[in-house]
Design a protein around this ligand. Sequence first.
Ligand code: HEM
Ligand code: HEM
Length: 185
Amino acid sequence: MMKNTDSRWGWVAKSFHWIMFFLIVGAFVAIDQRELYERGTAERDWWMTLHRSLGLSVFFLVWLRLGWRLTQTTPQNFGGYGMAKMASIGHALLYLLMILVPLSALLMSQLGGRPVSWFGLFEIPVWLETNRELAGQIKDIHADILAPALFVLILLHIAGGIWHHVVDRDDVLKRMLPFWRGKDL
Ligand code: HEM
Ligand code: HEM
């Protein structure tokens, strides 16, 4: 089913979840791979372009995902120990960072006077006036604060999923998996 129900996520929500998972993991892998190459080499530029393109894709998709999420019912919560509360705070922060991480990078590119290419297919032009000092500060925020915060949150989020599966033994982890059909069918 396309839509969410009280007990399961529909395929649209699941597709958003897992497509964005690969885009975000890809962005982290690409930025990490670039370190293997010297500044100014074609390889380094290639990984950097991949990083920007994947990050930009996250920025485009998160709005659609958020729109879908906010207009749908969500499956019921499970778990004690304030798990549901922690999970919803965590999910809200994940959304916030899925916006702020690429947004900060876009801002740093704008202020750095650099257009951002999406897989070489089109470019986001520079609209703002160049301010390299500010661009440098925002780069630090992107690279040293926001992206690491997203990383940590993802690890906690995965730990939560595993907790549901192993400790609580409920269906929360399974119901986000692509081919799980649920008991109500
Ligand atoms: C979900 C999206 C994104 C994630 C998870 C992410 C993650 C990261 C991380 C972890 C770093 C730090 C790397 C390090 O310290 O070695 C970084 C740096 C960087 N990111 Fe992103 N990023 C994202 C989106 C973007 C976008 C959309 C752009 C381009 C507009 C971008 C451009 C850059 C640049 C240029 C750097 C290098 C800064 C430097 O010179 O050290 N990122 N990113
Ligand atoms: C880039 C990494 C990830 C991000 C940004 C992310 C984000 C989210 C968000 C925002 C939700 C709330 C539901 C929604 O609005 O779609 C969610 C739900 C969920 N995620 Fe992730 N997720 C990531 C990776 C993972 C991974 C690797 C797992 C596997 C352990 C996982 C398991 C789940 C589960 C089981 C739910 C459903 C919770 C429920 O049914 O109440 N996520 N995720």
